[in-house]
Design a protein around this ligand. Sequence first.
Ligand SMILES: [Zn+2]
Length: 157
Amino acid sequence: MSSAFIPQEASCSCYSNTYTINNKPIGRFICHCTICQEFTGQAYNDVTVLLKSDVSELKLINTKFRRWKLPPNINRGLCTRCNKPSIVMAVGGNLILVPTANYPDGAALPEPTMHLFYNRRVEDMDDDLPKYKGFVQSQAMMVKVLAQGRYKRVAKR
Ligand SMILES: [Zn+2]
């Protein structure tokens, strides 16, 4: 955690949508929920969490936002060209979720800390990370980790 985060220009897989990540994500987790599966077209969504102020220069002309039924407070943006995740706005846009695949340099990202909605998994994960099941448990863990991440960020200033 000692090295400073070098800003990265993240994008969807075809680079039609771009934005700059200016800060190390406050969290990273792997979500196995069926919405994330549909959204990414993959078995799970390996995703980072950022504060709104960490992301700048958003060029999202080719992003179409959509709300799935759950969780209600998340706006998922898909690229209209490559049909892959562009960017996700949560909690009224105060949190931004960016799939790790959208970063040019994934090595600079924090390690994932947990699996969410593990009961929906397509494949078993061979790691020692905590695995949370179901909506209530997964949602509670996400809120807790985000609160800790936000607190750490504020405490650093
Ligand atoms: Zn695209």
